[in-house]
Design a protein. Structure first.
Length: 616
């Protein structure tokens, strides 16, 4: 049989060998065809209009195209395209719309000339663009000025700027951002440390990043240095508290480098956002975005910073090829996070978090009993919103697998392997199959029998938790067990030895509360330990869940306040889900949500709408 090989096939093959970029499997969540035409560099010039809640300006892309490519394809959603130009020509250039999809958005197709290397898209966002949350002054700590933050992971980048919105496509960027004069603008780039009197800010990100790591925040923001390469940004009234909480950031950075090699991004700062931020943290390069709910006052929740910092290696440096490989980003990051925690605060502390993580995982496995395929590490998110894959499977099952590898071959060998893995794939993309191949050739080859013992195949492609999953033991929780036993045997709450308990121990205690218990005993706990009124969001969340389960209504007014103020999805979902189990609960959920919904970010709304079957 005669097989015709077209010249551009050879060209693509040749190009990919030359640039050592593997020809990527298509990303089901992007319309980009990088083998034909791919972005390399962005110059973004935008104006941030708080009155209209719109960002507008131009995205000027430097692109690389194959000889035959006739067009470049961009992901967009909720964007208005005003004009497009190519190269240095000022006259408007033609473009067309391709596929339209409720989840993926609108495909923008721009025809190219043979030698086109620059495509400039004049555009504006809409006030509903999900990547942007526009807060009015009431929703900030200072209550004086409005605030904007963006969240691009997983596929919201396309609602902020026209881009090839696939984690497998990287670009460097520069940006000129104009904001109201009283405000400071920050990006996932080199950042200013104070306001100027023009409202114009220039940004440079000289490492290539994927679009989901693009980020912008604008508001009344101040900076405080922590260490040589670390610092914190926050609203002025939150700054001191934030700097206290994150005092160990510089040490975290140094511990991380000691583990897996040099930090490649220059500075590492954290921006503490208003409470409606829908996540715990987001690893925007050079500038992690974080929820204020980790400001417990006692530094007990700072593992979140270790986590986002760890993404500077696993995720930002070596990036999941598409969202089906999400576990490569998060599983490694959780493992790395716990190693940083262990280096700074000891194994006992890290073990508590690993134990709680395993409890979460077991919960999730139960939830997915009827949807087993969602519990594989490698996901199948084609046709679905990649947000559906954001649960503890990628995080905690991923973590458990890496812990099993550590237990099987030893820590030193694993560390050496990971150092090499991050280094040799820096600024590249990784998919599950490439990873399996790499670990087989670079690690298992030196440990005969290890591969059979671990059984990657079962862990990655089969549902549930394999029987060789490591057991996690926490000595600190043995203390909790003892006190819990005393209490359930009838001892008064006041007699329990809880004086030096960490947040994690309280969570463990509260999670244990049995399904049959009297109102009086819950009231006793509440009064003794002030649980309903705690300022610690993790403890509050665990306690409110138990309060709902046991119909302990004195906690509800505090829960209501919490749910109206805090928009962190991880806290919201279990509480609303629990409320939806009873008629009274449903009424309560409706009452709270109708007040809280305007405060929540798009992704939190989307999740809670689904739980409540909310129709707007
Ligand atoms: N990258 C994630 C957040 C994310 C994942 C946003 C998927 C959108 C889609 C971030 O690193 C993360 O994992 N955050 C966790 C905290 C962490 C300590 C487990 C969170 O927000 O809860
Ligand atoms: Zn993460």
């Amino acid at each position: 049989m005669f097989i015709q090989i077209k010249s551009y096939h050879l060209l693509i093959l040749f190009m990919s060998i030359l640039s050592s970029i593997p020809v990527l499997a298509a990303d089901p969540h992007s319309v980009a065809i990088p083998d034909e035409a791919v972005v390399q560099k962005l110059y973004l010039k935008i104006n941030v209009d708080f009155g209209k809640k719109i960002i507008s300006g131009k995205a000027q892309w430097t692109i690389k195209k194959s000889k035959e490519a006739e067009a470049i394809h961009f992901d967009t959603k909720n964007l208005t395209i005003e004009k497009i130009t190519i190269d240095e020509i000022e006259n408007p250039w033609k473009f067309s719309w391709g596929k339209k999809d409720e989840i993926l958005g609108d495909e923008l197709i721009i025809p190219l000339k043979d030698n086109t290397s620059i495509v400039t898209i004049y555009y504006s966002t809409s006030p509903e663009s999900p990547a942007c949350q526009w807060l009015d002054q009431q929703q900030t700590a200072g209550k004086k000025l409005p605030f904007l933050f963006t969240q691009c992971q997983a596929i919201l980048g396309r609602t902020l700027f026209p881009c090839q919105d696939s984690p497998g496509i990287r670009f460097t960027y520069e940006a000129d951002v104009k904001v109201p004069i009283e405000m400071l603008a920050l990006m996932s780039a080199e950042n200013p440390t104070e306001k100027n009197n023009t409202g114009n800010y220039h940004f440079i990100m000289s490492n290539p990043i994927p679009s989901y790591l693009m980020a912008l925040s604008v508001g009344d923001i101040k900076f405080q240095s922590i260490g040589e390469r670390t610092g914190v940004y926050a609203e002025p009234s939150m700054l001191e508290k934030s700097a206290y909480e994150f005092a160990d950031m510089q040490k975290m950075l140094e511990a991380a480098e000691k583990l897996y090699g040099p930090y490649r991004w220059g500075r590492y700062d954290v921006l503490v956002l208003p409470p409606s931020f829908p996540f715990g943290g987001m690893e925007n390069p050079r500038l992690t975005f974080a929820t204020p709910t980790i400001l417990a006052g006692d530094r007990s929740l700072v593992s979140l910073v270790s986590h986002e910092l760890a993404h500077s290696w696993s995720g930002n440096l070596v990036t999941n090829a598409n969202w089906n490989d999400f576990w490569l980003n998060e599983g490694f990051t959780v493992y790395f996070e716990r190693r940083i925690t262990e280096a700074l605060y000891g194994k006992d502390f890290a073990d508590m978090e690993a134990y709680l993580g395993m409890e979460d995982l077991k919960e999730t496995l139960k939830e997915f009993e009827k949807n087993q395929s969602a519990t594989c590490l490698k996901l199948k998110l084609e046709g679905k919103d990649p947000d559906d894959g954001m649960n503890s499977i990628a995080y905690e099952k991923g973590y458990a697998l890496i812990l099993l590898i550590e237990n099987t071959i030893g820590r030193d060998a694993l560390d050496a392997f990971l150092r090499k893995y991050f280094n040799s794939h820096a600024f590249q993309t990784m998919n599950t199959e490439q990873f399996i191949d790499y670990i087989e050739k670079n690690l298992f080859i030196n440990f005969p029998g290890a591969e059979e013992k671990i059984n990657l195949n079962e862990w990655i492609y089969k549902p549930g938790l394999p029987t060789n999953c490591p057991t996690i033991v926490s000595s600190k929780f043995i203390e909790v067990d003892r006190e819990y036993q005393k209490w359930t045997d009838g001892a008064a709450a006041i007699s329990l030895r809880t004086a030096n308990w960490a947040t994690q121990q309280w969570i463990n205690f509260i999670d244990k509360i049995p399904s049959v218990i009297t109102f009086e005993r819950l009231e006793e706990l509440d009064k003794t330990f002030n649980l309903s009124k705690t300022g610690n969001a993790e403890i509050a969340d665990a306690w409110f869940l138990q309060s709902l389960i046991h119909n302990y209504s004195p906690a509800y007014i505090y829960m209501e306040k919490f749910l109206i103020e805090v928009g962190r999805r991880k806290f919201l979902m279990p509480l609303y889900k629990e409320m939806m189990k009873t008629t009274n609960g449903k009424n309560l959920a409706t009452k709270i949500y109708s007040q809280a919904r305007p405060n929540y970010h798009f992704v939190a709304r989307q999740s809670v709408d689904e739980i409540l079957k909310w129709k707007n």
